[in-house]
Design a protein around this ligand. Structure first.
Ligand code: NAP
Length: 239
């Protein structure tokens, strides 16, 4: 049985992705940081899963998490770097602390988790790493320069690492979702969400399931010849 580790699986896209892998017979490692109640609730809903608290920006906590996951399931076949935070403000108002907080979680988190998992994948000469970016990492979003820059960094991270790890039988891909109905967008005003919906050719905001399905495909054997790619399920918002 294959094992998947999903960072930030307590809520939103990560949570739906955990459910989809569990339904399809995978061992699932649910990573969370502050939403313990939701993580425990998810654990009670799915089979063959464990939940591990770790702040992805904290290297020691990440390495402890990976060791616990490997002790529980014997390895990690798929790593999904999904955990992230966002905030909206004018560029001039971004403090150094806020810039660092976004980059520590969104970019260094993926760096930490990937470095911790990689020795095990290299040993097996197989593995799949999927990084969750955003359309804003492709197009840029006004009032989200820090978030957009962090998500663009994951695209460069994906392409470079795919080249480096291809010869070792490990694929690295990226999912760059459009606007998705999760708590991450809960502080965006309704009229702004309505405008985003109207600007989307398919006329709707995406669901966490839409993104989970894309991630699941990239993690499947059907995607064995795909690496270094940025797949953007966005309803046609960016074409
Ligand atoms: P969400 O509902 O806000 O969930 C974020 C998840 O990340 C939570 O499970 C949270 O866990 C976790 N997280 C945050 N900081 C963490 C940390 N330091 N360590 C470990 N986990 C941490 O967001 P979402 O919409 O599902 O977003 C998931 C991914 O999709 C993100 O990479 C996001 O950038 C991307 N994305 C989202 C959208 C969108 O419109 N929603 C669009 C494009 C891309 P805790 O609560 O347990 O801390």
């Amino acid at each position: 049985m294959e094992t998947v580790l999903i960072t930030g699986a307590s809520r939103g896209i990560g949570r739906e992705t955990a459910k989809l892998f569990a339904e399809n017979g995978f061992n699932v490692v649910i990573n969370y940081n502050s939403s313990e109640r939701q993580a425990i609730e998810l654990l009670s809903e799915i089979k063959n899963a464990i939940a591990i608290k770790a702040d992805v920006s904290n290297r020691k906590e990440v390495f402890n998490m990976i060791n616990k996951a490997i002790s529980a399931f014997g390895g990690i076949d798929i790593l999904i770097n999904n955990a992230a935070i966002a905030s909206q403000m004018l560029f001039q108002d971004i403090s150094e602390e806020e810039w660092d907080r976004i980059f520590d979680i969104n970019v260094k988190g993926a760096f930490n988790c990937t470095q911790a998992v990689l020795p095990h994948m290299l040993h097996k000469k197989s593995g799949k790493i999927i990084n969750i970016s955003s359309i804003w990492g492709i197009t840029g979003a006004s009032c989200e320069v820090h978030y957009s820059a962090s998500k663009a960094a994951l695209i460069g991270f994906t392409k470079a690492l795919a080249k480096e790890l291809g010869p070792s039988g490990i694929t690295v891909n990226c999912v760059a979702p459009g606007v998705i109905n999760t708590e991450m967008n809960s502080n965006i005003p309704k009229d702004a969400m309505d405008t985003l919906k109207e600007e989307t050719p398919l006329g709707k905001i995406g669901s966490p399931e839409d993104i989970a399905n894309t991630i699941f495909f990239l993690a499947s054997k059907k995607a064995d010849f795909i690496t270094g790619q940025i797949i953007s399920p966005n309803g046609g918002f960016v074409i």
